[in-house]
Design a protein around this ligand. Structure first.
Ligand code: AGP
Length: 607
């Protein structure tokens, strides 16, 4: 996903722009650039690849201008190249943009007929030429901005810099988030508070359809009807230190190791260990009236939803369906009266999940948004917001946000069961204690990395890897396969263990590692039978289970990874960690880019 920043500063803007762009690297990108207003003209600096290449380019010129905009590009239209890197500009206007301009072709044709010369394949470039066209017609920078925005169809966050309006940046949000940062005698804009954390903690989030005129010391926000509006200024808790890597080699490792603390934060937010009660926001309808629950999400968040389906159906006896957002939004399923739809998203900005939410909202569903970014678009559109309290997650591969989602969902399952009088006191106490044991269980497991590294070495040269499990271990197996794929680029698939004999077992031979997720729960014996079937066909098994569980396979499996004994209810939370660590170490052994794997973005804000 692209990232945009802008500065109307009192010091040279370039070093600050580069620092902010580095804070946006986690979003995934393939090129970067800045535009600086220098002695009455717009100077652009753009480079393919990492920001360090842009830094090298800029140092040659060392621009001193105090006003500028910057961009990290995740290619949608046009290959990654300098030519397609933002900012795009004419000699009068420069623009940076996150999103998609859906009507860019007709705009480009119209402008080319008026003599505009385009130099890129991007949709973004039309914005600069359209604003320039309005300037050529005698409009002011503000009116040119307003008229340009009215012509654009699609989703975007953008910033415009006008050569002849040196102390002002215009910006707009429609479908992609944008924040204004307030400094002392200077102002900033950024795709999110993370980008601005090194500069300020005073943040004003634009609302959907807003645009703004930003000067050195003041700014004016206009809504989509061009009426001046006031938006709240919030004090974000984010600081540059919070989003730094510290002494860790990768953000991902830092975030994996933060999980025990995050579990404690989530338990603190949603439960009372003394009364063993849960604390959730008021639901806008009686719990007994919840006819069904739909969970909609993408990627790892979808696997959190799949896990919760088992918990909520088992304990709260509410029918649950789990949908991939990009399928749900176009299938447009009929939704029941009194239905509740839960949207799970770390970023709170995933385009498919947002679109699915809008559909469910239009169908009168009660909307619950479970997000890690409380100011996100999904949070803003939800009736009830469940924050996951994982703290900023910078690594593209989701880890602590995933287990935080699981912990909130586990608490919610028991909360719903309690509110619907479906759980006895002794069972609730047993399950509550199991939740309280998770932070320390995670802590103990993460003390020793060598078992995970042993597994990673075993997978290193594999071409295909199968992950399998049953019940809540099935969704964890799916998550494990995704982690390995997205981090090490090794093909991997997650299967329900009972599904193997319906086709996938044909894949098994001595070259195929099979990762088995098998806590000692009610399905262990069934899974053990599936493992025997794999071993009988020379499959190379990595058996992940507790001491009793791995015992029968000590001499049969290629590797056994012993896990602490854990309650079946909370096993998914703990078994997520070997999934993460095995993928992490495989990636580091392969030398792939752990924090920003190729082709991926931290938040997919385009379809
Ligand atoms: C997870 O490791 C991936 N980065 C990806 O699948 C991610 O979970 C998915 O894009 C959903 O993102 P969200 O939770 O921010 O909506």
């Amino acid at each position: 996903m692209c990232g945009i920043v802008g500065i109307i500063g009192k010091n040279p803007a370039t070093p600050l722009l580069l620092e902010c762009l580095k804070r946006l690297e986690y979003r995934g990108y393939d090129s970067a650039g800045i535009a600086i207003l220098e002695q009455g003209q717009i100077d652009r600096y753009r480079a393919e690849g990492k920001i360090v290449h842009l830094q090298t380019l800029v140092e040659k010129s060392n621009p001193q201008g105090t006003v500028g905009i910057g961009h990290t590009r995740w290619a949608t239209h046009g290959v990654p190249s300098v030519r397609n890197a933002h900012p795009h500009a004419t000699d009068l206007v420069a623009v940076v943009h996150n999103g998609i301009i859906e009507n860019f072709r007709e705009l480009r044709e119209m402008l080319e007929k008026k003599g505009h010369i385009f130099t890129s394949e991007t949709d973004t470039e039309v914005i600069a030429h359209l604003a320039t066209e309005y300037l050529n017609q005698g409009e002011s920078a503000k009116t040119a901005t307003q008229k340009t925005l009215q012509q654009l169809h699609g989703a975007f966050a953008l910033a415009l810099l006008f050569k002849d309006k040196p102390d002002t940046i215009f910006c707009a949000r429609r479908g992609s988030p944008l924040a204004i940062g307030l400094g002392e005698g200077e102002m900033f804009i950024g795709s999110d508070a993370l980008a601005l954390a090194p500069l300020t903690q005073k943040i004003c989030y634009l609302e959907e359809g807003d645009w703004a005129e930003i000067g050195k010391t003041t700014f004016t926000v206009y809504d989509e009807t061009n009426q001046s509006v006031t938006r709240p200024i919030k004090q974000t808790a984010l600081t540059g230190a919070m989003i730094g890597k510290g002494d860790y080699k990768h953000f991902m490792l830092k975030e994996i190791l933060e999980q025990p603390a995050v579990m404690g934060d989530v338990l603190h937010a949603y439960s009372n260990p003394h009364t063993m009660d849960f604390a959730f926001p008021e639901f806008p309808l009686p719990f007994e009236a919840i006819a069904s629950l739909r969970i909609i999400a993408c990627g790892t968040s979808y696997y959190a939803g799949l896990t919760a389906q088992y918990w909520i159906e088992k304990y709260a006896r509410i029918p649950v369906t789990v949908d991939i957002a990009s399928e749900f939004r176009y299938r447009k399923p009929p939704l029941p009266k009194n239905g509740v739809a839960l949207f799970i998203s770390q970023s709170g900005e995933t385009a498919d999940t947002l679109a699915a939410l809008q559909y469910a909202k239009d169908q009168g569903q009660t909307i619950i948004g479970m997000v890690n970014v409380p100011e996100s678009s999904i949070a803003r559109l939800s009736d009830v917001v469940l924050e996951t309290h994982a703290g900023p997650e910078i690594g593209v591969a989701s880890t602590k946000a995933f287990t935080a989602q699981l912990m909130v969902l586990a608490c919610l399952s028991l909360h719903l069961a309690g509110k619907r009088s479906l759980i006895k006191e002794d069972e609730k106490k047993d399950l509550f204690q199991a939740l309280l044991a998770i932070p320390e269980a995670m802590n103990q497991l993460l003390l020793e990395e060598s078992p995970f590294i042993q597994c990673s070495n075993f997978l290193l040269d594999a071409r295909d890897v199968i992950y399998m499990g049953r019940g809540t271990s099935f969704s964890i197996a799916m998550e494990g396969a995704l982690k390995l794929k997205e981090l090490s680029y090794i093909h991997a698939e997650g299967y329900a263990a009972g599904e193997m004999k319906h086709g996938p077992i044909a894949l098994i031979d001595e070259k195929v590692p099979v990762i088995v997720v098998a806590p000692s729960d009610s399905l262990y014996e069934k899974t053990a039978s599936n493992v025997e079937e794999v071993i009988a066909r020379k499959g190379q098994v990595v058996f992940i289970g507790d001491k009793d569980g791995i015992h029968p396979f000590k001499d049969k499996a290629a590797i056994t990874l012993e896990m602490p004994k854990i309650h079946a209810f909370t096993a998914p939370l703990l078994y997520a960690l070997p999934m993460q660590m095995i993928a992490y170490h495989t990636a580091t052994l392969k030398g792939t880019d752990v924090d920003q794997p190729r082709n991926l973005a931290k938040s997919v804000t385009v379809e």
